[in-house]
Design a protein around this ligand. Structure first.
Ligand code: ADP
Length: 507
């Protein structure tokens, strides 16, 4: 690679494994950074230094050192000081800078406690976004691209466009904004505007304001040189009234700069051949006895009867309205009429947690629910289950269905967002052509979900066909390499757009 082809990329995110995680964003930040590094680019990930990191098992973390930098940011007239720790992503050349500010980040959770978002989330993540810019400048990172992710970093494209434009180190920098989930926009009352450090004139409907609120995701969409989202189907859905969560007109307006890139998965972490969380390993060439052993171990761990020929469905998920738990509740008795087992893992809305505890209590031989966050168990469910439930109302990309495919666990999904882009429905034609990988339904309805589960149970009784569908899914390539190449194309387009805009402004 020529030096001129090598991009200096700063990836700013509110979470990244193994330092912090509440959802898919954490997996994506790390896996994308590693792939870009493997393709020869220079990558720095910047994340907050949360308490979660200090609590993580030290043997799972690389060594962390003080970078020796202190900076102060005026947050609405009050100077707040931050520091920087640094480390490397394991098995890569990716540098990680951890922004430390104990009042903001040394807390029990990342964003919320007991279902309530922290009152000062706007202040915390405005500080983080502004810190990213300060650190880029003071550590002379000279980024070509600042890649921002979700509302927590949505302010950054605005800062790059206004107060940092033309400052040393940012002359050639372009911004890319990735939308991982339009349901979370970082909307705050307009009194928080001074925390952003942006001129008050940007508080208007074309830039930072929506429906009288300050909207940090909108800020990112308005100012970024390129916008990406995490699947081609979701890129179309968010330009419609149904999927745009109020920002569809802005996204339609910026359609030329919007692209959907399906996430990959980290195949070094999610690999049934080498997964340390599993009691047995397996490959597409030799699925059993490995997968059967994983099933038995999962049944044992979850307290379900250890039976071989019963279809075991798994579900690992945030327990929120997005993920289709209301559909499951509506059709649970119909589903459990069949001889099946279901293993749930998740945390979230208390009503769903309580409901699943109750369902498991009432049906101990069929349902098990572990309410909590447990990465090891998530791997064990992916491997031990026969099929995986994702009846989402909407799903920007979804990672679990790709983990399932890789682990020979057939996904049962609704045809939305990234689920539509990654699972091929079992039907006579797709079976014949060897591309069927799972079960897909269209309407957000409990009867369609129940029918689809019944279809899965039916196919499970034809082991030869089931095995072939497993193999189709396991043979697909979900690695980050091709997605990362799409991101690099987008980065180059962002640089072109930035130069075009600069030329327009000069005229
Ligand atoms: P989202 O980002 O909307 O929550 P994704 O499917 O994209 O959904 O990613 C969810 C990620 O979080 C997956 O890696 C999944 O395994 C993990 N996950 C979700 N809930 C739990 C849990 N309770 N325990 C362990 N891992 C979980």
């Amino acid at each position: 690679m020529l030096t001129s082809d090598r991009l200096r990329i700063v990836l700013a995110a509110s979470e990244a494994v193994p330092f912090s995680k509440t959802g898919g964003l954490a997996d994506v930040s790390t896996a994308l950074a590693k792939s870009l590094d493997q393709q020869g680019h220079s990558v720095t990930v910047i994340v907050p230094d949360y308490r979660q990191l200090r609590l993580a098992k030290q043997e799972q973390l690389p060594a962390i050192a003080d970078a020796g930098l202190r900076f102060s940011i005026s947050m609405n007239g009050r100077y707040v000081t931050g520091g920087v720790n640094w480390t490397m992503l394991p098995d890569s050349g990716v540098k990680v800078l951890l922004i430390s500010q104990p009042d903001y980040f040394d807390r029990p959770q990342l964003y919320m406690e007991d279902g309530e978002g922290y009152q000062d989330n706007c202040e915390r993540f405005c500080f983080f976004s502004r810190a990213v810019m300060e650190v880029c400048q003071q550590m002379v990172l000279r980024p070509d691209i600042i890649h921002c992710n979700d509302w927590q970093t949505g302010l950054i494209p605005g800062l790059l466009h206004s107060q940092f434009a033309g400052r040393p180190g940012f002359e050639n920098a372009a911004s890319v904004m990735t939308l991982h989930n339009m349901a979370f926009q970082g909307r705050f009352w307009y009194h928080d505007m001074p925390l952003t450090g942006m001129d008050a004139r940007y508080f208007n409907m074309h830039h930072m304001e929506s429906w009288s609120d300050l909207n940090l995701l909108k800020t990112g969409i308005s100012f970024a040189d390129q916008i990406t989202t995490v699947s081609p189907t979701y890129a179309q859905e968010i330009c419609t009234t149904d999927g745009g969560e109020g920002l569809d007109s802005l996204l339609s307006f910026r359609k030329r700069d919007l692209v959907g890139i399906l996430n990959g998965i980290d195949t070094s972490i999610w690999n049934p051949e080498s997964d340390p969380h599993l009691s047995a390993s397996y490959t597409v060439q030799e699925i059993n006895p490995g997968k059967a052993k994983c099933k038995s171990a999962l049944q044992q761990r979850m307290g379900l009867p250890q039976r071989d020929r019963v279809p075991l469905f798994g579900m690992v998920s945030r327990m929120s309205d997005q993920k289709g738990f209301d559909l499951i509740a509506e059709c649970a008795s119909r589903l459990l009429f069949d001889d099946i087992q279901i293993a749930f893992l998740g945390t979230g809305d208390a009503r769903y947690e309580d409901y699943l505890r109750h369902l498991a209590y009432e049906n101990p031989s069929k349902v098990a629910a572990y309410i909590g966050f447990d990465d090891g168990l998530a791997h064990q469910i992916e491997a031990g289950a026969d099929a995986f439930l994702m009846p989402s109302r909407f799903e920007p990309c979804g990672l679990n269905q790709m983990y399932s495919l890789r682990y020979g666990t057939l996904p049962v999904v609704r045809r939305v967002g990234g689920l539509a882009d990654s699972v091929v429905n079992v039907e006579p034609e797709t079976l014949r052509s060897g591309v069927a990988t799972g079960f897909v339904f269209d309407d957000y309805s409990s009867s369609q979900l129940a029918e689809t589960v019944e279809r899965a149970v039916e196919l499970y009784r034809q082991p030869g066909v089931w095995d072939q569908v497993m193999k189709n899914g396991m043979s697909a390539d979900w690695s980050w390499q091709s997605s990362a190449r799409h991101y690099v194309d987008t980065y180059r387009r962002a640089l072109e757009r930035r130069h075009e805009r600069a030329a327009e402004n000069r005229q």
